[in-house]
Ligand binder design. Structure first.
Ligand code: NAP
Length: 278
């Protein structure tokens, strides 16, 4: 049997580092989460972020707008948060209601407060190898690989999924650590032909059971980012039960999820540390 790459232990390590960093600051870092509407999944994520922030000494506040709010109203809240000197970082919880242009909203966030790392400025800095707020999920995957001492340099990594928030930044972070990276997506013919050659697979799709044992090389490391609600359960993209007989694999839930929240908190503290120095 191969290793289960649990996210719990590496996330605890990140959170204890964060507590030590917070203790060195002259005041508590301040995070604001903006939520528009009452999407139940968003409410669950928001509550988990608020709880985790409180646990590490981050002062977190929720600002809610009704689901029928206009894009203009949200933009004016974003602009007010950009100006508010008491706020170190803020996030606009997605998905946003249909009447809003998500990209325009995200790009209105001041890059110095962009703790989600989703603005075009943050993406450009990441792709150029400059210091930036790294998007929390791919940053969490990197922490997981490092925690379990999975070699990255010179290895072939297949990233399945190419979203701006997960797949693309993931590929660039791996590239910056000298991996040879293949990015696959919904138009990739013969996905298995790519994954079977990979030393590491990062699956970030949202299709339960997409990655089967037959698509995985013996002894590889598989990180499952996917989360799909199936009834009252959450499923990943990987057929964990069978893949774990052939390769190290992260579970869902209990894999990348806890690390994502921890890395977001790390970005909030980074924002406060930077402001302390400026
Ligand atoms: P997304 O924006 O929907 O992107 C999904 C990607 O998967 C797209 O690039 C799509 O390709 C690709 N894809 C779809 N079907 C495919 C197939 N059959 N074969 C290969 N690629 C395929 O999703 P996302 O925001 O990146 O999130 C991906 C998954 O991770 C979701 O399940 C999400 O819930 C989960 N997630 C988890 C965490 C966490 O903390 N655990 C955080 C963020 C996201 P095209 O570009 O060609 O459409």
């Amino acid at each position: 049997m191969y290793r289960t790459l649990s996210g719990k232990e590496p996330a605890e390590a990140v959170l204890s580092e964060i507590k030590a960093r917070v203790a060195k600051l002259s005041r508590s870092p301040k995070l604001v989460i903006v939520q528009v509407g009452e999407d139940p999944a968003s409410t669950t994520y928001v509550n988990s972020k608020l709880k985790k922030a409180a646990a590490v000494g981050i002062d977190a506040e929720l600002r809610k707008l009704p689901g029928h709010a206009s894009e203009k109203e949200l933009l004016s809240l974003v602009k007010a948060l950009n100006k508010d000197k008491s706020v170190d970082g803020f996030i606009v919880q997605t998905p946003l209601p249909k009447q809003m242009d998500g990209k325009a909203i995200l790009d209105a966030v001041d890059p110095s407060k962009d703790v989600d790392g989703w603005t075009s400025t943050s993406a450009g800095r990441l792709f150029s190898g400059l210091d930036c707020f790294e998007p929390a999920t791919p940053a969490g995957v990197m922490r997981m690989l490092d925690f379990y001492k999975v070699p990255i340099e010179g290895k072939h990594v297949v990233v399945v999924g190419r979203s701006n928030t997960v797949g693309k930044p993931m590929a660039f972070m791996l590239l910056s650590r000298n991996a040879t990276v293949t990015i696959c997506h919904s138009k990739t013919p013969d996905l298995a032909g790519h994954t079977i050659t990979a030393d590491i697979i990062v699956a970030a799709v949202g299709k339960p059971g997409l990655i089967t044992a037959g698509m995985v090389k013996e002894g590889a490391s598989i990180v499952d980012v996917g989360t799909t609600k199936l009834g009252d359960k959450i499923a990943g993209d990987v057929d964990f039960e069978n893949v774990i007989k052939k390769a190290d694999c992260s579970p869902v839930p209990g894999g990348v999820g806890p690390l994502t929240v921890a890395m977001l908190m790390s970005n909030v503290v980074k924002a406060a540390e930077r402001r302390g120095k400026s």
